[in-house]
Design a protein around this ligand. Structure first.
Ligand code: SF4
Length: 335
């Protein structure tokens, strides 16, 4: 039975953050000044176990979820992630199982994830320019490492691969056409993401945003593109295909063209808090129910009570007053 929220949006997508840790310090997500050596990350016993995650996922799938995306932090830093993939892959009714990674650990893990049942993968790569990329990940990891991960994922059949690039004015906007050109004709899809006021620590300002239409204009000037229909309701990226038929790109426009009307996404944090919006300020505690020995029916009833009253539409109401809210960090619940 599918759950619908107060705006008749079905619960379809569950993003599961398996860790709040990451081996990168991307300036727009996990700035080093905040997430330094003394930052208190979650301890192992605070994290949901893979069995707890799989049990919750089964309940969510029974109430409409068709797609699960594993995220973080960086999901590949959590040990034996393929063990979780096996459990999730076995859930009847789950149509799509994917994962978002920074790609730095992918070369070693691609085969294991594929064999465990992962179908697709999204890799974050903000620029091909090494100096720019390293200044954005802020830990000095070179582009070649991530390209090696993408190659390994493609080689084991985790494709087509989506490549996510956050575009920040004056930082990497001058390199986005090169990124598009590099993957043009490869079958992989680059999605350019407007810089967002996620969390409360990335120093977001509107004048750092390159809008979707500016991104399209920059690419179209050198690589002609045309708009394409969405694949399904609630698809996050707006699709553009190359006029010469050699593939497509996507643009994610949370700032300039919000898409809350079709938002079917819920996000589970590593310690079992459910957020009904990326820009949420409060989560709903499912771990307490799991560890109190509640039945599946009781947990499902709680899920229903949370989703039915959901009316999130943050991107539609974003203003100077909302930007400063103590929103949950994207590094905690995934993008
Ligand atoms: S701002 Fe919130 S409600 Fe709107 S699309 Fe993003 S996650 Fe969904």
């Amino acid at each position: 039975m599918t759950l619908f929220d107060s705006r008749r949006r079905p619960l379809r997508d569950l993003r599961i953050s398996v860790t709040d840790r990451c081996n990168f310090r991307c300036t727009y997500c996990m700035p080093k000044e905040i997430f330094g050596p003394d930052h208190a990350f979650l301890q192992r016993e605070e994290l949901l176990s893979y069995e707890e995650i799989a049990r919750l996922a089964r309940i969510f799938v029974a109430h409409g979820v068709e797609k699960i995306r594993l995220t973080g932090g960086e999901p590949l830093v959590r040990r034996d992630l393929d063990h979780l993939v096996v459990q999730l892959r076995a859930i009847p009714g789950l149509k799509d199982l994917t994962l978002t990674t920074n790609g730095s650990l992918l070369k070693a893990q691609a085969r294991g994830l594929k064999d465990a049942g992962l179908e697709r993968i999204t890799v974050s790569l903000d620029s091909l320019d090494d100096a720019v990329f390293q200044s954005m990940n802020d830990v000095g990891v070179p582009v070649a490492v991530v390209l090696g991960g993408i190659e390994a994922a493609a080689a084991v059949g985790l494709s087509p691969i989506k490549i996510n690039a956050v575009v920040k004015k004056g930082v990497n906007d001058h390199t986005i056409v090169d990124l598009a050109r590099h993957f043009k004709g490869s079958g992989h899809i680059v999605r350019f993401i407007e810089f967002m006021d996620v969390g409360a620590t990335n120093g977001w300002r509107m004048d750092h945003v390159v809008t979707g239409s500016e991104i399209v204009e920059m690419i179209n000037a050198e690589l002609p593109i045309e708009p394409v229909e969405a694949n399904y309701r609630g698809e996050v990226a707006r699709r553009w295909r190359y006029a010469d038929g050699t593939g497509e790109i996507g643009v994610i426009t949370s700032i300039s063209e919000p898409f809350c009307g079709d938002c079917t996404r819920a996000r589970l944090s590593p310690e079992g808090e459910l957020y009904t919006c990326l820009f949420g300020v409060r989560g709903h505690d499912f771990r307490a129910l799991l560890r109190a020995g509640k039945s599946d029916e009781e947990i499902a009833a709680f899920l229903s009570s949370v989703w039915r009253v959901r009316d999130d539409r943050y991107s539609e109401i974003r203003s100077e007053d909302t930007v400063g809210l103590r929103k949950v960090e994207m590094s905690h619940i995934g993008g």
